[in-house]
Ligand binder design. Structure first.
Ligand code: AMO
Length: 427
């Protein structure tokens, strides 16, 4: 027996037709004269009407077992669905061994850790699998939007011989008697690639050896990185704003989210521009609101939470102090204490970080030294800047954080299939 239809393909047009459907048994209710069976596949539930005299064995099949069955489509008497299936033949059955580690219907709630330990089963919950369908749709929209803007998708190495951005948060490992690292970002590669390819993007996992146990940090996270020649940080902000608005429209159109619960996607006015605040604006505003902040310092979690309360929806913070930014960020031409950089925030959460890039190799060398990095370790990268490197700009968008905020989930682990954090490296 082979599946002929998915759940969502069953409708009133095929009443009277014989179909084969496949999925897992979500529910069995024996009310004497008939047995109601609910079979679910990834597209939704199917109500199956079973004659207990003809199929007494159905009561013996444990819930969550997979099954393929055949039957006739008929009009349903239930208000919740238009059609149902009258069971005529049972094909192969693939048994679920009870007790199961979690109840994927959600009737019995399990803690996130328990669910993640049984992720494959957890995904049989519609609310959970919807998050990953949304993630998949968002990826499709990201690729389409960026391709339309003439970006080329690239794949750069994740095993690297030296730190791409410097800093201490690299995973180091033994590589045939040498040291190697897991890439923390594609920063140097994407900058090199614009020399010929003009506009590039990469969607890939990156690795940070940060011992942070928060709802927004992972040791392996997905980033959407873009880099473009002859554009500046203002242009990149415009591109990212268009991109996020396209994703929101796409997600809304899926109808997969319970939008009453989801204030952000529901309430965002796509015709309004995302607010743009400078770092200086933020400091003034925070001081007015009795926050302890020093000009030049990074904005603490507390300060960002305050800003998040004062600014609804997405907002950019631009022109951060140069000393807070990595060596590749360009100084501001009016005030060299500041930089041509930006972050995109939603509430307290940072979603994107980017800026115009320093393209003068001598200035990069002195910035590297200032940050305690050895320019000799970057010689292979810096030589590219002598081959006619144009001005350029780019950014990195934390995909997991974006999906988390758009779906109204409160922990980044909810939207990552098999999350990695300091305590979790399996399954
Ligand atoms: P940054 O380090 O700010 O910038 O990273 C870019 C975005 O990636 C997300 N992110 C994370 N998400 C989950 N867990 C983490 N541990 C984590 N770390 C970062 C955030 C962040 O805004 N090379 C620059 C980007 C650029 O300038 O092009 C960079 O890596 O959403």
């Amino acid at each position: 027996m082979k599946r002929t239809h998915f759940a969502k393909q069953l409708n009133e047009d095929i009443i009277g037709q014989n179909v084969n459907v496949a999925g897992w048994i979500e529910d069995i209710r024996d009310i004497g004269k008939i047995i109601f069976l609910v079979i679910r596949d990834i597209t939704g539930p199917i109500q199956v009407i079973v004659n207990p005299k003809k199929f007494p064995q159905i009561n013996e099949i444990p819930r969550q077992s997979s099954i393929i069955i055949s039957g006739e489509i008929q009009k349903s008497k239930s208000k919740e669905m238009k059609v149902e299936l009258r069971l005529e033949e049972i094909g192969e059955t693939f048994y679920a061994k009870h007790p199961l580690p979690i109840d994927p219907t959600g009737r019995l709630e399990s803690a996130l850790d328990k669910r993640l330990d049984a992720r494959a089963l957890d995904l049989r919950n519609e609310n959970v699998s919807n998050l990953f369908i949304i993630r998949s749709i968002a990826l499709e929209i990201i690729r389409k939007t960026l391709r339309d803007e003439l970006f080329i998708e690239v794949n750069t190495p994740k095993i690297i011989g030296s730190a791409s951005e410097g800093g201490a948060n690299l995973f180091e490992f033994d590589y045939f008697k040498r040291k190697a690292y897991l890439a923390q970002s594609p920063q140097l590669y994407k900058e090199q690639l614009i020399l010929a390819m003009d506009r590039v993007f990469e969607i890939a996992p990156y690795f940070r050896a940060e011992n942070s146990n928060t709802v927004r940090h992972l040791t392996e996270f997905y980033s959407v990185d873009i880099e473009a020649a002859f554009l500046d940080y203002h242009d990149i902000m415009e591109i990212m704003e268009r991109l996020i608005k396209n994703i929101i429209t796409g997600i809304k159109n899926t109808g997969l989210l319970d939008l009453k619960e989801n204030d952000l996607v529901q309430n965002i006015l796509l015709e309004n521009k995302f607010e743009r605040l400078t770092y200086n604006n933020c400091i003034e505003e925070l001081k007015k609101n009795d926050q302890k902040v020093e000009y030049g310092d990074d904005l603490s979690d507390l300060s960002l939470r305050k800003l998040g309360q004062l600014h609804q929806g997405f907002y950019f913070i631009t022109e951060w102090p140069l000393k807070l930014k990595p060596f590749y960020i360009l100084e501001n031409e009016r005030d060299p204490f500041l930089s041509n950089s930006f972050d995109l925030q939603i509430g307290y959460l940072e979603l994107i970080s980017g800026g115009s890039r320093q393209h003068d190799p001598d200035k990069i060398r002195s910035r590297l030294k200032e940050q305690g990095l050895n320019p000799n370790n970057f010689s292979q990268h810096l030589r590219v800047f002598d081959w006619g490197m144009p001005p350029h700009a780019g950014c990195g968008l934390g995909l997991d954080r974006l999906i988390m905020s758009l779906t109204g989930t409160l922990n980044v682990r909810e939207v990552v299939l098999y999350p990695r954090d300091p305590d979790r490296i399996s399954p």
